[in-house]
Design a protein around this ligand. Structure first.
Ligand SMILES: [Zn+2]
Length: 446
């Protein structure tokens, strides 16, 4: 601690060993020691006394659609990373689609990195995309530092990012397995979606019936079969159907290398409460019934679901029409994800330590950043959120930093106010005031 530049002191610091009063020493943007609360502060160091506010590791959100360049009217790096910072997120990994170009070749990755470089208020990494015709691009993208590859098993919603049918999926998986990369998958079966009842209009029940659980379950079963055959590493994106949980647990027990995420909206919103025509609640797979939600929480508690990520996927307000069949599917969650999940977690008897495990430690591990991110421990980056977990606020869309202030959480009262967010020892936002962007671009090898 003798050479520390900064010491953050709180009566509640969330460490991998639990929550305790501690002083966290920081030098050159790295945590150098987690010391007793009353450890003497060297004269060279600046002391930040946080009182009873909780110091937790900055969240790592591995599922964000920034859409920049190309669809920046939906979202961009400047606005997305400010929203994330305001919500206690210090690292995001950008999805390969909805931007133009999509991140499906190395030159496209370079374009995205160039665009993000001077707009990133937090650290930003990139997923690559797996298309039916870009198998040859996967290894070069892996070597250029993408964290893994996203594929769709059903239509993605944008024409430039087609989905993989059975044979292209097997070819893609074999290629990625050859360099032990990670395949992340939007798992809904296109044939079951096509045969589900299609009733356009404003009724949420009709939309829900058009995206049945069975479509998710069947696609996940296919994924498990292929992963097992190839000993490949796969990750199920945005799990909504609780019916898939037993087969996932069973596959994992058999040694299949499969991980699973779910999202704040599946954990905190229910089909029963979606008003007709309210397409700010539309996403795919859909928000399902309350009984389904209970099982998702159970699976988080028992570890079948590894982590919670936002799947922040905004569009302009005009695409959020009152027809669920044609409205853009995607929920904007970046700024509110911590508060939304914490609010429901505490109601169900979980601690903030659990939320940190789901939204920081496990997501860091998913992308191999857990040597630098995801914990308050010596050697990790000094990335923090300072949270008043007992304080509440009512969601006012005007207070959001997202480019389009459309939110499914409007009017909700949430627990957990983020007081400040820190990136490598620098406070990047406090009480709505931001510094200039200080984020870095991350690669798989950092
Ligand atoms: Zn997504």
């Amino acid at each position: 601690m003798s050479d520390a530049e900064l010491v953050l002191r709180s009566t509640r610091v969330i460490t991998p060993e639990g929550t305790r009063a501690a002083s966290v020493a920081v030098t050159d943007g790295t945590i150098t020691a987690v010391l007793p609360y009353d450890a003497p502060v060297p004269e060279s160091a600046r002391l930040e006394d946080l009182g009873d506010h909780v110091l937790l590791p900055g969240l790592v959100d591995t599922h964000v659609h920034v859409n920049d360049p190309g669809r920046t009217e939906w979202e961009g790096f400047w606005t997305a990373t400010r929203a994330a910072a305001a919500g206690g997120i210090t690292t995001l990994v950008d999805m390969p689609l909805n931007s133009l170009p999509p991140t499906t070749t190395v030159p496209h990755l370079r374009t995205k990195q160039r665009v993000a470089a001077d707009k990133a208020h937090i650290d930003v990494g990139f997923w690559g995309g797996a298309l039916p015709d870009n198998v040859k691009e996967l290894r070069p993208l892996h070597e250029a530092g993408v964290f893994g590859f996203k594929a769709f098993l059903s239509p993605s919603g944008v024409d430039e990012f087609p989905h993989l049918e059975r044979d292209p999926l097997a070819r893609t998986m074999a290629e990625i397995a050859a360099f032990d990369g990670l395949l992340i998958v939007h798992a809904e079966d296109p044939h079951l979606l096509a045969s589900a009842p299609q009733q356009p209009g404003p009724k949420y029940a009709d939309f829900l019936a058009s995206r049945p659980r069975d479509a998710e379950d069947t696609a996940i079963a296919q994924l498990i079969r292929e992963a097992k055959a190839l000993d490949a590493r796969v990750h199920v994106l945005h799990l909504s159907s609780s019916d898939a949980l037993p087969m996932i647990a069973e596959a994992r027990a058999e040694g299949v290398r499969i991980t699973v995420e779910t999202c704040p909206h599946y954990l905190t919103l229910t089909a029963e409460e979606v008003p007709d025509g309210a397409s700010e609640f539309k996403c795919c797979p859909p928000i399902r019934e309350a009984a389904n939600q209970d099982l998702l929480w159970q699976a988080l508690a028992d570890g079948t679901i590894d982590c919670v990520v936002t799947d922040h996927s905004p569009s302009t307000a005009d695409l959020k029409t009152d027809d669920f069949a044609t409205a853009w599917g995607g929920i904007s969650g970046l700024q509110l994800s911590l508060a939304a999940v914490w609010t429901e977690a505490r109601r169900r008897g979980h601690g903030l330590e659990d939320v940190v495990r789901w939204m920081s430690a496990r997501t860091s591990a998913l992308v191999g950043l857990d040597d630098r991110k995801g914990a308050i421990a010596a050697g990790r980056d000094a990335d923090f959120a300072v949270l008043a977990p007992e304080e509440t606020f009512t969601v006012d869309p005007v207070a959001l930093q997202h480019r389009n202030r459309v939110t499914a959480y409007a009017g909700k009262t949430l627990h957990g106010v983020v007081k400040s967010t820190w990136l490598r020892g620098q406070r990047i936002v406090a009480d709505g005031e931001f510094t200039e962007p200080k984020g870095r671009l991350l690669t798989r090898t950092h």
